[in-house]
Design a protein around this ligand. Structure first.
Ligand SMILES: *[C@@H]1O[C@H](CO)[C@@H](O)[C@H](O)[C@H]1NC(C)=O
Ligand SMILES: *[C@@H]1O[C@H](CO)[C@@H](O)[C@H](O)[C@H]1NC(C)=O
Ligand SMILES: *[C@@H]1O[C@H](CO)[C@@H](O)[C@H](O)[C@H]1NC(C)=O
Ligand SMILES: *[C@@H]1O[C@H](CO)[C@@H](O)[C@H](O)[C@H]1NC(C)=O
Ligand SMILES: *[C@@H]1O[C@H](CO)[C@@H](O)[C@H](O)[C@H]1NC(C)=O
Ligand SMILES: [Ca+2]
Length: 525
């Protein structure tokens, strides 16, 4: 943090020297343009940006109020009938000379609200709605009329608006401060992680550094695969309560916890866990809301085994990965219950929308009677129609490498929404294509961490600053410092914060002895 502060002052000082006071008016930005767009409107207003919520990599230690020039650019691609809002926020004083693009989540391309934190840290920042509002239903924007996909908006969400946001944002930054950003970064998790990979793959010169966590790459495969737990319940005609499913997960963690050498509720070596859920059939479990006692059923055990194994078609052909044993199964395998033995399906909305609205072009399609063959058919349609649109898995990063880019990815092994092995799969293929990938793209598995955070594991909260140091000081992260969340409780007591250094894949964070709350107890092997 100390080094960061001094570089911050240095850059701000060098830019302030002799520069005129920037004016936050429409005329300052009047020359903004791109050859393929029509700007419909543009506003620039000065406002105070208040940041109180301490989230993500930019978490400030105190509440901040930053005078900001907030620019909103509304534009269309002629002939596409789309309307995109792109927001550029520029701190009026103490700009740190850097620019950052902020990613979205789920179906959300990006939101203005994401810009507060980077602005409070001196960054010029951009985000875009990609042509659809964050709160809009999938049907309302992804279908242009009944039975017809809105392909332009899907392309905007996938890639097009992201590239333009970077170009417009950097130009606006230059027009405001009189110089281009010295360094440009991407910061995103989930959809934001996919977007970061998209930038590296398709627009390799836009960002010098990319933080792309728990990436929603392989979208064409993992999104339909997210429906698998619901399909399995339908095929078994058994809808287990969250209590029953979570109890099986708890048994699995208990059985495999020690395999990594430390009994801490985390499975750091997932490949070694051979827990058989049938071994806990008949075990009694105490439940609350709904209250009662149940015995683990054979069907619930088979459900867990099928979800851990991952989706397969009726010939037993593997379609995608399953979950690690420590990942909660109730986010995708959700049910709503009136009592312990009266539950109904509650699919995760993104995968349900994907199968109905996107793949079947019918938002009201009834998925509850989907057969295995129909599911496999939709899965293949998803690959055929969307791999090039949203798959985001070009494994040739040569251009990003030549441009001098650096990309940092981490993924929680307890991720309950995006199958962790999909990131392993992608990184392994990039590594096969270029044995030197380590020089510019590193992937850090995070044991015990859920989707983009949460869980008992070690969260790498300093990742963004680590990336900045890699880009600007050539300080490549050999390990990634991470900490457990102090609010995690064990037996009602506040658990101590544990520190560890995550290891770059394919190295494995390995317990070597000593106090397992301290980083020295682990090595990368
Ligand atoms: C920060 O702002 C929040 C929300 O306005 C407020 O509840 C909190 O007390 C503030 N904290 C400090 C340290 O000022
Ligand atoms: C353009 O999109 C709007 C909704 O944003 C819609 O009302 C209008 O019919 C569309 N026009 C054409 C020509 O498709
Ligand atoms: C994930 O991949 C590893 C090998 O890389 C394998 O051991 C493990 O079984 C896979 N897990 C799932 C859930 O597919
Ligand atoms: C469930 O049990 C808790 C305490 O064990 C109790 O407070 C609650 O009222 C019960 N709820 C129902 C619906 O019985
Ligand atoms: C959409 O699905 C619903 C429910 O299955 C069906 O009634 C309707 O005809 C379908 N619409 C189209 C356009 O196929
Ligand atoms: Ca353990």
């Amino acid at each position: 943090m100390g080094m960061y502060e001094s570089s911050h002052l240095l850059l701000a000082g060098s830019i302030a020297l002799g520069a005129p006071t920037p004016k936050c008016t429409g005329s300052t930005f009047a020359s903004l343009s791109l050859p393929n767009i029509n700007i419909l409107s543009m506003t620039a207003t000065t406002a105070q940006t208040h940041v109180t919520k301490l989230t993500n990599a930019f978490a400030p230690t105190t509440n901040t109020s930053t005078e900001t020039c907030q620019v909103t650019i509304t534009y269309t691609h002629p002939g596409w009938n789309d309307t995109i809002n792109t927001w550029v926020w520029l701190p009026t004083s103490s700009w740190n000379g850097r620019f950052v693009g902020m990613g979205g989540g789920g179906w959300v391309t990006g939101q203005q609200i994401a810009l507060g934190q980077p602005v409070s840290q001196g960054y010029a920042a951009v985000s875009t709605d990609g042509g659809h509002d964050a709160s809009a239903s999938t049907e309302s924007w992804a279908l242009s009329s009944e039975g017809n996909l809105n392909w332009p908006l899907l392309q905007d969400f996938s890639a097009v608006a992201l590239d333009e946001a970077a170009s417009l944002g950097k130009s606006a930054t230059q027009l405001f401060y009189g110089s281009r950003p010295k360094y440009s970064y991407w910061n995103g998790c989930s959809t934001g992680g996919r977007q970061g990979h998209m930038m590296a793959q398709r627009f390799p010169t836009q960002y010098d550094g990319i933080l792309a966590a728990a990436p929603a790459i392989n979208w064409d495969k993992f999104i339909p695969a997210e429906y698998w737990p619901q399909l399995v319940m339908g095929l078994f005609d058994y809808y287990p309560s969250a209590c029953e499913v979570n109890a099986i997960t708890t048994f699995a963690i208990a059985a495999c916890d020690q395999l990594d050498g430390v009994k801490d509720g985390i499975i750091s070596l997932p490949g070694q866990c051979k827990f058989d859920p049938l071994s806990v059939v008949g075990k009694k479990v105490q439940c609350s809301s709904p209250n009662g006692t149940l015995k683990i059923s054979r069907k619930a055990a088979q459900f867990a085994a099928a979800v851990w194994a991952g989706p397969k078609d009726s010939h037993g052909e593997k379609l995608w990965y399953g979950f690690n044993h420590e990942a909660p199964l109730t986010s995708l395998g959700g049910t709503t219950c009136t009592s312990l033995n009266d539950c109904s399906p509650s699919p995760f909305p993104i995968t349900a929308d994907w199968l109905s609205t996107i793949l079947s072009r019918n938002a009201s399609l009834d998925l509850s009677s989907l057969t295995l063959d129909e599911f496999a058919h939709l899965f293949r349609a998803s690959i055929n129609e969307f791999q090039s649109v949203l798959g985001t898995r070009d494994t040739d990063l040569t251009e990003f490498k030549s441009a001098g880019g650096k990309m940092l990815t981490w993924h929680g092994m307890k991720d309950q929404l995006i199958y962790y092995n999909g990131t392993v799969d992608y990184y392994t293929q990039v590594l096969e294509a270029d044995p030197d990938v380590h020089d510019y793209y590193r992937f850090f598995p995070a044991p015990g961490v859920e989707h983009c955070g949460g869980g008992p594991g070690w969260y790498p909260g300093d990742s963004f600053q680590v990336l900045v140091d890699w880009v600007e000081r050539g300080k490549a992260p050999e390990r990634l410092r991470a900490r457990t969340t102090p609010t995690a409780t064990t037996g009602g007591a506040v658990a101590p914060t544990r520190t560890a250094d995550l290891c770059p894949f394919p190295n494995v964070m390995t317990y070597v002895g000593g106090n397992p709350d301290r980083a020295e107890a682990f090595a990368c092997k």
